[in-house]
Design a protein around this ligand. Structure first.
Ligand code: MV4
Length: 502
């Protein structure tokens, strides 16, 4: 059984993984770059090792260095988190060869799903619905024209080595086929060293709905229902929620079965996500599989009541799943928002700097997964996401109210964050109505833009004034407590060195 895990990551996800390690009595090992000497994940771990200069290709992405630290620290397993080496088949293989357990799927599953054309082929063979289009790489421009004629315009050309929106092009007119396919191929070559592209029918204004799955090494596979991830900006998710407001019980059962079939087709064993695009009539199509723990996993954890990292570790230990599909249900509603160190009032410019103050929201139904603290300087080398705020409530309406309350209470001073933008999303009528798709942010740009009127600035001034006033009162009150004859039970209890319990 795994007793020590090296977490090959940083920031909130490294801390997230370490929390579960501690609950399971597993020691955690942190690795850190030059820029992360003062990072919270280093303090959170039982041990920490330096692995190289700030740029991630000289530290968090250097397989040799990470393997070396794993051996030196006698860790038996490596959790890659998300990003960095999490979907690197070579790394998974290398762990295997070095006798280390990679907490994730096999390199075969990563490779098969990583190549989108191979993934499509495998999904079709497994009876999973994919977007109508090609099953093989486009051979030449002549073939491209024929395929577009068959599939019908509009279409998308996508890079087989792409994914997550990278290397995609929309073709609307016949005249554009040749130039778009040519451009897509050369872009793919430059970005991925692989110029294979494929063509799919374009699905207009789709929803992005993904299914969480868990599979063990004994052939058991279950799904943990869906996450609605349609609120995106430049292929970055901004808000995620579960259940999806557009889902029906019937379609949920069908898509869940498809998700399980997709995972089984590649002998998957770990936590994974099957991404679908879904149109307004709830026609759904497999898009791609993410072979890692995802940023938005906490909403599933909250609504289904399963610790996904714990399950990943148990699966890596070779244990069979302890949940059966019929044991699982969705209880209540969860929403996650991602907080970035970016200025939403200035075209989302990165806003690195020192965190002068942070008050994290707390209270009923609130989870905060973050890593920044007062005095911390956010390095500019890595992803600008500073935290995730996850709320749960019995109903969707109450969850939105709770998110608004939590965002109101969330104060970060010193850097600009996307908190005000997220608050405005919660106030958009179509979001409240659950009536939105992947065009949501584009479609509501006016409402989501900052209200550049005096009332906002006045509110800021009022908040600062209130805080200064509060600070001065803290001093005043300190001096008057001593001269006050009225004594509270609390003070009495303290004097008697006994506590009155309620
Ligand atoms: C599509 C599509 C429409 N039709 N494929 C973007 C990310 C990548 N995973 C796939 N993406 C899309 N693929 C077909 N055939 C529209 C998108 C898309 C999108 C998908 C999910 C969430 C947000 C999106 C934003 C723009 C485009």
């Amino acid at each position: 059984m795994i007793k020590k895990i090296l977490v090959a990551n940083r920031g909130e996800i490294a801390i997230r993984v370490m929390r579960t390690c501690r609950e399971m009595g597993i020691k955690s090992v942190a690795v850190f770059s030059e820029a992360d000497r003062n990072s919270m994940h280093v303090r959170f771990a039982d041990e920490a090792y330096y692995i190289g200069p700030a740029p991630s290709h000289e530290s968090y992405l250097v397989i040799d260095n990470i393997i070396k630290v794993a051996k030196q620290s006698k860790a038996q397993a490596i959790h890659p988190g998300y990003g960095f080496l999490s979907e690197n088949a070579e790394f998974a293989d290398r762990c295997d060869k070095e006798g280390l357990i990679f907490i994730g799927p096999s390199s075969f599953a990563i490779n098969t799903m990583g190549d989108k054309i191979t993934a499509r082929k495998n999904m079709i063979a497994a009876g999973v619905k994919v977007v109508p289009g090609t099953t093989d790489p486009i051979k030449d421009l002549k073939e491209a024209v024929e395929i577009v004629r068959k599939v019908g315009l509009p279409v998308m050309v996508k890079a087989s080595a792409g994914g997550g929106g990278k290397g995609m092009r929309l073709i609307k007119n016949d005249e554009d086929i040749v130039s778009s396919v040519t451009a897509a191929k050369s872009e793919a070559k430059a970005a991925f060293g692989n110029d294979e592209v494929y063509i799919e029918k374009y699905i207009d204004s789709p929803h992005h709905i993904e299914f969480q799955i868990l599979a063990d090494k004994h052939g058991n596979c279950i799904h943990l229902f869906e996450r609605e991830c349609s609120v995106q900006r430049r292929h970055q998710k901004v808000v995620e929620e579960t259940p999806s407001p557009i889902m029906t019980p019937e379609v949920r059962v069908e898509m869940g079965k498809q998700a399980v079939a997709a995972a089984k087709a590649v002998n998957y064993a770990s936590a994974g996500t099957i991404e679908f695009i879904v149109d307004d009539d709830l026609n759904y199509y497999f898009l791609e599989m993410n072979t890692r723990l995802q940023v938005e996993h906490p909403i599933t954890e909250r609504v289904v009541g399963v610790d996904l990292v714990k399950e990943q570790i148990n699966i890596a230990n070779g244990l069979p799943l302890t949940y059966k599909q019929e044991d699982l249900s969705q209880i209540g509603h969860a929403i996650e928002v991602r907080i970035y160190a970016e200025d939403p009032d200035n075209n989302f410019m990165p806003s690195p700097g020192v965190v002068k103050h942070i008050t994290e929201p707390l209270g009923l139904g609130v989870r905060h997964d973050g890593y920044i603290y007062e005095g911390y300087e956010i390095p500019m080398y890595y992803d600008p996401m500073v935290s995730k705020l996850i709320v749960w409530a019995p109903t969707r309406d109450q969850a939105i109210d709770r998110m608004k309350r939590a965002l109101y209470a969330y104060k970060i001073i010193g850097i600009k964050t996307t908190i005000p933008f997220l608050s405005r999303i919660m106030d958009v009528a179509s979001f409240r109505a659950g009536n939105y798709n992947t065009h949501f942010i584009q479609d509501n740009q006016d409402e989501l833009n900052p209200k550049d009127d005096a009332s906002v600035k006045l509110k800021d001034v009022a908040a600062i004034t209130a805080f200064v006033d509060y600070l001065s009162k803290v001093e005043d009150n300190n001096s008057c407590i001593e001269s006050n004859n009225a004594t509270s039970n609390w003070k009495l209890a303290g004097r008697k060195r006994g506590v009155t319990r309620l």
